[in-house]
Design a protein around this ligand. Structure first.
Ligand code: PXG
Length: 288
């Protein structure tokens, strides 16, 4: 395993960043989590585009062009050698002073780590998982917009800790108005008759790449897909519920806040979309 830092590859033990890096000191930076299947990086362009949009939103100049970034990701995958992997792309504000003013950070820093990820136990993909709603509210869109995939994930981490305290793996986060935003590292969908529903981005969700793929797959399968505000009531009374994310892929949800969803088993729409998603990951993506 090799780690890319600013143009050079290092063994993991030697892959180090400065303690004066503002990514470390303040969470000042952006990141992406990408998967490769079968020697192809899935939805690479979409992830690179989102990285640059996140960076633009926080006025962070990435010291590589998107084309150079794409080449660096593909080279990192080649160095890693495994056809199936998880790619963590991190761009920080770079080295500055102990003060928080980013004007002292002269150059952003790019790190690419290629490894593995297994977010949830395998059996939950078959049985479905139980999740809860947690007290920590999703960041306000006019504070730190959840559309920015920033290094400052404390909002999500607090919610994840609250999920763990409740004895489950993932948490639903509501926005300040009480509508469902998303989970800590996944977007949320419900099935309501012939319709597939997911919260709109303005509810406080990340513009999930997997979310976009699933909406497209559902439309291709003839479903009606809509982005609409959802309440906990809507989830409790849904026919099916599932989560999407690069790490999680698609995972069925069968219990929310103690309420059984549908018949308590992963439903046909969810399992159908899981199959379509898996098939797509096998045949599409940027080869390395
Ligand atoms: N919402 C949030 C807050 C996320 O962080 C998603 C939704 C799903 O987006 P994508 O584009 O991946 O479909 C994410 C993504 C991890 C990990 O290390 C987290 C994510 C992705 C990969 C790994 O827990 N979050």
């Amino acid at each position: 395993m090799k780690v890319y830092i600013d143009g050079k590859f290092y063994d993991p033990a030697e892959a180090k960043v400065s303690v004066l890096d503002h990514g470390f000191l303040y969470g000042d930076g952006v990141f992406e989590g990408i998967r490769a299947y079968n020697g192809r990086v899935f939805k690479l362009k979409e992830h690179i585009d989102r990285l640059y949009r996140s960076a633009k939103a926080i006025l962070l100049d990435i010291p590589l062009t998107p084309e150079q970034m794409t080449a660096a990701v593909l080279e990192s995958c080649r160095q890693n050698g495994s056809p199936d992997c998880y790619i963590r792309l991190v761009v920080t504000r770079g080295i500055g002073t102990l003060g928080l003013n980013p004007k002292n950070c002269r150059r952003g820093s790019v790190v690419i780590i290629v490894g593995d990820i297994q977010l949830y136990p395998r059996e939950l993909y078959e049985k479905g998982m139980e999740i809860v709603t947690v007290p920590t509210t999703r960041n306000l869109i006019n504070a730190v917009n959840p559309a920015i995939k920033s290094l400052n994930y404390l909002n999500n981490i607090l919610a994840k800790i609250e999920a763990n305290i409740a004895g489950v793996e993932e948490a639903i986060m509501l926005n300040a108005e009480g509508y469902v935003a998303e989970c800590t590292g996944d977007n949320l969908f419900i099935v309501q008759g012939p319709r597939l529903l997911t919260p709109p981005l303005y509810a406080g969700a990340l513009y999930g790449i997997t979310r976009g793929v699933v909406m497209e797959l559902a439309r291709e399968a003839g479903m009606e897909v809509a982005e609409t505000n959802l309440t906990r009531y809507d989830i409790f009374n849904a026919d099916e519920c599932f989560l999407t994310g690069t790490g999680a892929e698609l995972i069925p949800v069968v219990k929310v806040d103690g309420r059984v969803i549908g018949n308590g088993k992963p439903g046909p729409t969810t399992t159908g979309l899981i199959a379509r998603y898996r098939a797509l990951t096998r045949v599409s993506g940027e080869p390395f």
